[in-house]
Design a binder for this molecule. Structure first.
Ligand code: V47
Length: 402
């Protein structure tokens, strides 16, 4: 169960000749100065970031990001066997970009009891899971004990799984209930089984977007301070960026630079996950879906600006499996996971039964010409006795979502 077995990609990777053409293309193009910085490991500036966002030279962006991606993670693409639990959709924040929370004419309210959580986990116990990803709305009336018991229940039902739970917004609510310093609350949650934190709730870390779209939620400073406190008590977190709504190109760069500065201070972020805004069912329904072009740019520019983040995730649930597959050549080295159910958005499947099997994930990665590596949420490599049986018998199998 511990060491990694090498998996041979089915597809050919670019030849040395192909790579040398790519270098020449970058050296002679409009990003020659950025190419030099990437090759020398020098940091990109705000202006560099803005130029990248303004460009539609996706080939150059991808090649540049791929240099950084391969320098950090080689040919590996990570995935995880995970399951999502959204324990309540009751929320008092009223974010304009969100369709998940209970409201008149929208989703009916629910809050899961300990028995509900246990039953949900029991129903899928036949599926091996390494990570339980648990986030929810900000319910104004749950006691502090609810959150501790929630962790206890998950730990008791799925003792082998790592619990990645609570966005910074939830943590601020939990701290308010606990009436203790954030570091003490985090240590208490850790003692009840919390192992790391997801990257949600960051949205766009500027006051303008905050005041326009999610005024009742935490500010940029609060989000960053909470994340850094988690890092200081030994909890790793991720960081997201919700793009494709009202944010400007400048605000995207500011967001990335704030994350980079925070990471310089603590080094606690593991993965950056750009989240494509889906307007369906939100107060911003007039905003069209993001394009494949924008999705790949977000991955590539994230990789280039966040030189101190170890990993960049292409979250297939939001950008679709085919784009997540292509993203492995545009800066991403992670594709997320099997995801048994996802309820935050409803873009892909109406019934929320959104999952890929491990075999499908492995095949997607192999088809992309990368080496699939199963990981746990902290990027420890997982080798299972049955790994070999995951290799597809035929080179191609249609990607059908279960
Ligand atoms: O914070 C809400 C986003 C986030 C919409 O850490 C929306 O590995 C798109 O953070 N369209 C929660 N996005 C999900 C999240 C996440 C997802 C996958 C992996 C990880 C990780 C974290 O979902 C929220 C918000 O930014 N969100 N509404 C929407 N309409």
């Amino acid at each position: 169960m511990t060491t990694k077995t090498a998996v041979t990609p089915l597809a050919d990777s670019p030849s040395e000749a192909g790579r040398s053409v790519a270098h020449k293309y970058l050296q002679s193009g409009p990003f020659a100065d950025i190419y030099d910085k990437v090759m020398d490991g020098r940091r990109l500036s705000f202006d560099d970031g803005l130029r990248l966002w303004k460009s539609n030279d996706l080939t150059a962006l991808g090649l540049l990001a791929n240099l950084s991606r391969e320098a950090k993670n080689g040919n590996r693409t990570f995935y995880v066997r995970n399951q999502h639990i959204n324990y309540t959709n009751v929320c008092n924040k009223g974010c304009k970009f969100c369709s998940f929370y209970a409201q008149k004419g929208g989703p009916a309210p629910y809050t899961m009891s300990k028995d509900d959580v246990r039953a949900k986990l029991e129903r899928t116990k036949h599926i091996p899971v390494t990570e339980i990803h648990m986030v929810a709305g900000i319910h104004p009336r749950l006691p502090y004990s609810y959150y501790l018991e929630l962790l206890d229940t998950v730990k008791a039902t799925r003792p082998e799984a790592h619990i990645k739970a609570f966005t910074m917004v939830e943590l601020l609510q939990i701290q308010k209930l606990a009436q203790k310093p954030m570091s003490e609350v985090l240590l208490e949650l850790k003692a009840h089984g919390l192992s790391s934190l997801p990257g949600g709730g960051a949205e766009i870390l500027t006051d303008r977007v905050h005041d326009t779209l999610f005024a009742r939620k935490e500010t940029a400073t609060e989000w960053l301070e909470t994340a850094k406190t988690a890092h200081r008590v030994g909890l790793h977190t991720n960081a997201t960026m919700l793009y494709g709504h009202i944010e400007t190109l400048e605000e995207r760069v500011i967001h990335l630079m704030k994350l980079r500065e925070a990471q310089d201070e603590t080094g606690g972020f593991l993965t950056f996950i750009p989240l494509a805004f889906s307007s369906k069912g939100t107060k911003l329904e007039h905003i069209p879906p993001t394009t494949g072009m924008l999705d790949l740019k977000a991955i590539a520019i994230g990789r280039l600006m966040l030189d101190n983040f170890p990993h960049i995730k292409a979250f297939w649930m939001m950008i679709t499996p085919p784009v997540a597959q292509a993203a492995q050549w545009y800066g991403a080295d992670d594709i997320d996971g099997t995801i048994v159910e996802y309820e935050i958005t409803h873009e892909i499947a109406e019934d929320n039964q959104q999952q890929l099997t491990q075999r499908q994930l492995v095949q997607m990665i192999l088809e992309a010409g990368r080496d699939p590596v199963e990981r746990d949420p902290l990027y420890n490599v997982i080798e299972r006795d049955d790994s070999r049986t995951l290799l597809p018998e035929k080179p191609r199998m249609p990607l059908v979502m279960a």
